[in-house]
Design a protein around this ligand. Structure first.
Ligand code: NAD
Length: 508
């Protein structure tokens, strides 16, 4: 591990300042404009993945806290829905301003809470602000509809916010993901109950403070910390919560669908992935290598869109893999607050154990561990960036989402074989295709089972484009107007143009 680059000590000192109030007061819930302890009085601990040290205590919300938050969100709904759109837009821009002003605090706290490297988290904080600006600007037109005249009626459509919604987020890049969900919900005119992941509660609290100071009316955004099986579950079952926007594991999505069935909950799921990066021998191999390495080892590989399967054409496989090994062994693993660090520790001991267990699974299945496959001695949850080669498509390392810095390389001979392997998993979130043959790119992307595909590129997010997956990777799309489609209902109104014939039943 590399550790002592300039900047690390200053960052640790600054972090200490930002954490002092959390250490003193803990993280409490925020319901109807009030900062409150859990109704039960219970708390849980959040610890840093860097050295397993205690960060602070966190309110352990349960059903009673969710009930109070849902009541507040219901009570605040009419005022927020009916507020002038220009006023709503102004508040959302103020939130973006405040995120930018506190970007350093957000980034440092996020790194300490999640183990993500600062080089990525400082950008993630600013992307959170961009999310608010993007949806703020679209807020005034969110209700716009169409006129669909018929011979007898002037038919108009409009969109109205669905009501109070629940937002349940995971621990990977929690700040950015929370803003990605909450910004469009607020812009649409919905009120929100947010249940952040129990492993990474810090920045959700900062976001709540920001929204409060920006003048969001009481009850419009409520924060309940706690565990999935009680707070999360109650949120998905609550009759006053009209929709659940969920980001997390596919198996949790399946549970939420069952939990929400009795109240006919509308759901939007962004779930797991086992995304292929397919490298054909005619590609720009240097760029393909850069992108393949970036898309699995950045963000500690704890990224739903990571390219966790490398499908490489046999003709170039040996050479490509040799270069890959060199790059993987060079990745700088270290303290997340060190500006030079490229990979930090994994979020939690539970997740560390899961990722490490795949080293043995790979060996047992007969794959080769070409790089990494070990965990350095440390109090933190560090693993070495890992590459499995000689893998076959049916192996567990080629099928299951490991969600760590672990790449499984599989070789293929033909385009047809590549497609079969790429599609031969339960997931379908993203795909990355590297070829300079435009016809092949069109053929391949047409048949690749994925919600988002990049050709000759890593994942470059553009907010107006649709984001989401197929198969076990999700239901629904975010981004652009698709976010509003989820948080709003279409409404049709037909106005008679004259005296058209109305059927007369019971008339003589
Ligand atoms: P997780 O499913 O374990 O937890 C996510 C959230 O759901 C947490 O807040 C948790 O408390 C809550 N939860 C758990 N059980 C619940 C229940 N029964 N009812 C209601 N809520 C419940 O996921 P995680 O481990 O925190 O996150 C990693 C997963 O998220 C990976 O699978 C990753 O691919 C996925 N992810 C997907 C996307 C995407 O856009 N597709 C983005 C980021 C992460």
């Amino acid at each position: 591990m590399t550790n002592s680059q300039p900047g690390l000590e200053q960052n640790i000192e600054k972090l200490g300042g930002y954490l002092a109030r959390f250490r003193q007061d803990g993280i409490r819930n925020h319901i109807n404009g009030e900062t409150v302890t859990a109704a039960s009085g219970e708390t849980f601990e959040t610890r840093s993945p860097v050295d397993d040290s205690l960060i602070c205590s966190v309110a352990k919300g349960g059903a009673a806290d969710i009930d109070a938050a849902a009541k507040a969100a219901k009570g605040a709904f009419a005022e927020w829905r009916d507020m002038k759109a220009s006023d709503r837009k102004a508040i959302l821009h103020k939130i973006a301003d405040a995120i930018e002003a506190r970007a350093e605090e957000i980034a440092l706290c996020e790194c300490w809470d999640t183990g993500q490297a600062l080089r990525f988290m400082s950008k993630a904080a600013l992307r959170g602000a961009e999310n608010f600006r993007f949806f703020a600007d679209r807020s005034p037109s969110a209700r716009d509809g169409q006129s669909l005249p018929s011979p007898t009626l002037m038919n108009i459509s409009t969109r109205v916010p669905i009501g109070p919604v629940g937002v349940i987020t995971p621990w990977n890049t929690p700040f950015m993901l929370s803003t990605w969900k909450i910004a469009p919900a607020l812009a649409a005119g919905c009120t929100v109950v947010h249940k952040p992941a129990e492993f990474s509660p810090l920045t959700a609290r900062i976001l709540m403070e920001i929204t409060d100071e920006a003048g969001l009316p009481k009850g419009v955004w409520n924060l309940v910390n706690g565990f999935g099986e009680d707070a999360g579950k109650r949120l998905t079952e609550h009759p006053d919560i009209k929709a659940i926007a969920f980001v997390g594991e596919s198996s949790t999505g399946s549970m939420i669908m069952k939990q929400g069935a009795d109240t006919l909950k509308r759901v939007h799921f962004e779930l797991g992935g086992k995304n292929p990066v397919v490298v054909f021998d005619d590609a720009d191999l240097d760029r393909a290598l850069d992108a393949a390495v970036f898309m699995i080892y950045s963000l500690n590989g704890e990224r739903c869109t990571s390219s966790s399967r490398l499908l490489v054409q046999k003709t170039i496989a040996q050479d490509f893999q040799a270069k890959l090994v060199e790059r993987v062994n060079n990745i700088r693993v270290g303290h997340p607050l060190d500006p030079a660090t490229e990979m930090g520790p994994l979020i939690h001991k539970v997740h560390f154990d899961k990722v490490v267990s795949y080293f043995d699974i790979a060996r047992e299945d007969g794959a080769t561990i070409a790089a990494g496959g070990t965990a350095p001695e440390s109090d933190g949850h560090y693993v070495r960036p890992t590459l499995f080669t000689d893998a076959r498509p049916g192996m567990r390392i080629a099928q299951e989402e490991i969600f760590g810095p672990v790449l499984t390389a599989i070789q293929f001979e033909t385009e047809e074989e590549a497609l079969e392997i790429a599609n031969g998993v339960d997931y379908g979130l993203t795909g990355y295709v590297w070829t300079n043959d435009i016809s092949r790119a069109l053929r391949f992307t047409g048949k690749l089972e994925a919600g988002m595909i990049w050709v000759n590129s890593e994942n470059v997010r553009h907010l107006p484009t649709p984001f989401g997956g197929v198969k076990a990777s999700g239901i629904g799309r975010d981004g652009g107007d698709w976010s509003f489609e989820f948080y709003m209902e279409q409404k049709h109104v037909g106005l008679a143009l004259g005296q058209h014939n109305i059927p007369k039943l019971g008339a003589s």
